[in-house]
Design a protein around this ligand. Sequence first.
Ligand code: PLP
Length: 381
Amino acid sequence: MNEIKFNVPLQIRESTTNVKNFLNSKLPPHGPGKNIMSIQREVNKKFNFKDVFLTNSCTSALEICALAIDLKSDDEVIVPSFAFITTASSFARAGCKLKFCDIQKHNLMPSFKDIKKCISKKTKAIILVHYQGYSINFLHELKKFCKKKKIFLIEDAAQAFGSYLKKKPLGSFGDFACFSFHETKNIHSGSGGMLVVNNKKFLKKVRFIFDKGTNRFLMNSNKIRYYSWVTVGSAFLMTELAASYLKPQIKKINTIIQKRSRLHNRYLNQLDKISKNNFSIPKNLNSKYNFHSFVLILEKDVREKFLKFLKKFKINAVISYTPLHKSEAGKKFFKKKKKLRNTDIYIKRVVRLPMHNSLSYNQIDYICKKIQVFFSKGFKK
Ligand SMILES: Cc1ncc(COP(=O)(O)O)c(C=O)c1O
């Protein structure tokens, strides 16, 4: 068997054709142009996301949120320690304090209690990561709670494009939601992202921040003659060229997710049988989701041996996040005496198996067989 890559960026024929057509059209590659507008229309139609900004990464979308809510040095932002670096750094760079919260084993996301433990009078925002494209089941309650306490809820939906909680798409709960179209995601533009602004109060300000801190959108709609600098912003826009690659994938999102669901189930059917006492598989019950990744939670002290064993057979499985509250930059926000018990335990046990649309059933069967061998014979604690 040839090497099995952890990720192969999605490439569909329609994307290549659309990029070629776009380049041949000689339209300005910067944009925004018809590809960006078409994506905005499509996500509006599919998910009812009304105010959508296509960005050059999910990190940019998070940074826009941090600028929009105007964080002060005394403000606190709650973030799971089990998260991507920029989930936290996008807010830290705005000068506020971070409060890292713990997670639950069954879904690797915080419980309501984990979040409430971090609330104080200074809490300005809660950042919720929809890990694996899964959803916590108390999102409606959390939204109500945030509204009552005047705390902003920001969904880090980097991995969650196409996922739901019951019938409501992830990305429609928070004041803001940030998606990633990085090449490791289900659909992508190389690097790319999307900000959904659900809290209308911020729309005008986000428009300024998004376009380098200028009021150019007022000039574009003939409200002013020349644009100028009005607030702190940056160059966050996705280019039209990148959007021309992404657009056909948005149109085909259901087919892309269906393929992933078949791959996911192929894994599940084989691994569920051998998981007992060896590992657990976090599941997303009751809601439609996007099958972004396939995660195992191993027992204590197994991970290094497990990854090495798979590597011997050219299977590239990977770990997930490293703990932010213990990182060089993150630990200054974290009191030494505090403990994030589950994060400390499970962060060392998470493994992500290869998952991408080019994966074959053959490859999955091979991976599962090797995992079975590891637990039945090869592995000694
Ligand atoms: C939860 C989460 N947030 C944010 C990001 C950053 O996304 P991007 O690379 O599009 O900036 C990632 C990247 O994988 C992520 O997993």
